[in-house]
Design a protein around this ligand. Structure first.
Ligand code: GCU
Length: 647
């Protein structure tokens, strides 16, 4: 299978170019690309300690441009900046840049057999049938990542099974070394997910107890050997005690005991230990209305604030539950002042249309990053925290569960590549607007024809809001089909064990998560708790996340809950149809192959959006017995069963 250069298509490498064996070679190679793009400047570069390690300056003078970097990686980023400027504006101006976030990381959920958990773009391009390979595509991947500033990649699934448990052994280390060298040539560090029970499964020990000296010794030896083979190895990412994966709880130990044991093995080599906070009870009884999954991560980790070693970073999903549309920001960002934190977002659109629906996630990620945690007097946004404003030392950052696979266009949907591109750009510079990022991506991918660019930017910017409108209402989440998480199923998760309930009755909908409900809202600092406790001050996007409300409750926009549900679901589909029509106007200006692929996805999206609209509207019409004030088509029951609000 081939692969396309997507946003680097206008900056091809010279024909027959060899893969760079070092970052110095990558710089030379990329400089040759720059020279081929513009002869108007004499290009040169310099590595200088005067700049921060990954920072750069492009200094444009009369007929010349110098690229200064704090390291070769900095120079490389500077060259990509100049390439981007040339392609988008035909010229280059001086800039001075440094990355906001120290770790700008991709999390691949690739399994050793080649499948990808929640992957919607084909199979893995790293693994196939237990074999890991390094090839042209791996280099192309590294180049794409570096071009948007990504500097770390975890290549395997957080759920580490079977062959993947052996990645830390000599069965894989020689090829991992090659991969680390390929990545290293583009300033990217290789990380692995590890199985917390590897001391048993690989080491042959009877235990994985983190306080058992033998277990700690196993990890010390294992890590020392990894660094012998791969001197610039990045570290580990761990999913423990979550959804059936092993962890310290089995031995009555804390999450800190588990993380610190691994961190101590990595510390002598400068390795980092990234520990996920996605820990909750996934065997809940749906009859139990006192346990609230949203509370789990904070309840687990808040008492451990300050108990983690310096090279441990806790990786926190953006919301308290699981990448649902309309989740509030995780309160862990407010409550862990003495712990290194990393934000985890999901570019793979598991719950946002699985790369069949256009859903540009940058606006949502920006909302998360600019959220005021109210935990500090100054610099209290999530972006400040994950960029190290309060805990300098570089042990923080942003990770995306990434949306790539071995499809020719990498992301299945052409437009989904904007999420990969945008993730890198946003980590580098969170203050870039969603529109700027979309416009850059569209210009690089489809050229600078203003009609095309304008339409694509419009489509991307509107997409999240539209998706939100026709799916689960007002931040309630989880109305999807179980397991595959695609398409509507209002009660799909209602009587299940996953802690994911909407508890709709004939009168009301939602879970009361206020101080008088499950208490979730009080995991936030007082000012936020007060805001979320009151439906009049709760953002509409999270309304039913925090409150259980009668269908007749009048929302801040003046509509009743039920009418808001109807209106948004009808509008979502209508707005999607308008969007599709606007793309039709640029047919012929977008290459046919891409245009056809985009239209095929739109057809799937529209069919699915209609299904969402009709199922949600019908369900709530039947449940509430209240008709649509605008009398649009709902597949309700007989008219006699319905009451209508007075006009
Ligand atoms: C979700 C997802 C799983 C994944 C998990 C995680 O629950 O559906 O496939 O393993 O998140 O983030 O660990």
């Amino acid at each position: 299978m081939g692969y396309e250069p997507i946003w680097l298509k206008q900056a091809p490498l010279p024909a027959g170019a060899e893969h760079p064996a070092s970052i110095a070679e990558a710089v030379e190679l990329e400089l040759s690309v720059l020279r081929s793009l513009s002869e108007a400047f004499v290009w040169s570069y310099l590595v200088t300690e005067a700049l921060p390690e990954e920072g750069y300056e492009v200094l444009v003078g009369e007929g010349k441009a110098d690229i200064l970097g704090g390291s070769y990686a900095g120079v490389l980023y500077g060259i990509f900046d100049a390439e981007r400027q040339l392609l988008l504006t035909d010229t280059v101006v001086s800039v001075s840049e440094r990355p906001a976030s120290p770790l700008r990381m991709l999390n691949h959920w690739d399994n050793a057999d080649g499948s990808i958990e929640r992957g919607y773009s084909g199979l893995s391009f790293f693994f196939r049938d237990g074999v890991l390979s390094v090839n042209d595509r791996t280099f192309a991947y590294a180049r794409l990542c570096a071009s948007v500033g990504i500097n770390a990649s975890v290549i395997n699934n957080v759920n580490v099974f079977k062959d993947a448990t052996w990645l830390i052994t000599d069965r894989y280390l020689p090829v991992l070394r090659k991969l680390a060298e390929c990545f290293g040539a583009y300033g990217i560090k290789l990380y692995l997910c590890v199985n917390f029970a590897a001391s048993i499964e690989v080491g042959g020990l009877a235990s994985a107890d983190p306080l058992e000296p033998e277990v700690a010794e196993f990890w010390k030896k294992t890590v020392a050997h990894i660094y012998e083979v791969i001197p610039d190895f990045g570290g580990f990412l761990v999913k423990a005690d979550s959804e059936g994966r092993p962890g310290p709880y089995t031995y009555g130990r804390t999450q800190a005991d588990g993380a610190n044991m691994l961190a101590k093995a990595l510390a002598p080599f400068g390795g980092k230990l990234i520990w996920r906070c996605f820990v909750y009870n996934c065997s809940q009884d749906w009859r139990d209305v006192t346990t609230d999954r949203a509370c789990a991560a904070y309840d687990t980790f808040r008492p451990l604030d300050g108990a983690f070693d310096e090279n441990v970073i806790l990786q926190v999903k953006n919301g308290p539950v699981d990448f649902q549309v309309g989740e509030p920001v995780s309160p862990l960002f407010c409550g862990m002042k003495n712990t290194n934190l990393m934000l985890e977002v999901q570019a793979a659109q598991e719950y946002t249309g699985q790369q069949k629906h256009v859903c540009y996630l940058i606006p949502m990620w920006k909302d998360v990053l600019r959220f005021h945690t109210c935990a500090y007097e100054k610099a209290d946004r999530v972006s400040d925290i994950v960029c190290g404003a309060h805990r300098p030392g570089g042990n923080c950052g942003i990770a995306a569960v990434i949306n790539t696979g071995d499809d020719d266009n990498w992301t299945g949907a052409d437009l989904a590549a904007a999420n990969w591109y945008g993730f890198g750009r946003l980590c580098w510079k969170p203050q870039l607007s969603a529109e700027e990022i979309a416009s850059e991506w569209a210009g690089l991918t489809f050229g600078t024809d203003s009609a095309v660019r304008k339409i694509l930017v419009k489509v991307l910017l509107a997409s999240y809001g539209i998706y939100e409108k026709y799916t689960a209402p007002l931040g309630i989440g989880w109305m999807c089909n179980p397991n595959n998480h695609y398409g509507p199923n209002v009660d799909g998760y209602e009587y299940d064990r996953w802690g994911t309930y909407h508890r709709s009755s004939c009168k009301a909908i939602g879970v009361d998560r206020t101080g008088t409900g499950t208490g979730y809202s009080h995991q936030y600092p007082e000012a936020l708790a007060a805001k979320f406790d009151n439906p009049e001050t709760t953002p509409m996007a999270h309304m039913l996340f925090f409150h259980r409300l009668p269908y007749t409750y009048v929302l801040p926009n003046g509509k009743t809950v039920i009418q808001h549900i109807y209106d948004t679901h009808f509008e979502g589909v209508e707005e999607l149809m308008d969007l599709i029509e606007s793309v039709v106007t640029v047919q012929g200006l977008i290459p046919e192959k891409e245009y056809t692929r985009i239209m095929e996805r739109f057809a799937m999206q529209l069919a699915s959006a209609k299904e969402w609209r009709d199922r949600i509207n019908t369900y709530y019409c039947r449940m509430s017995g209240i008709g649509d004030a605008k009398h649009r088509k709902i597949y309700a029951v007989s008219e006699e069963d319905l009451t209508y609000p007075e006009a």
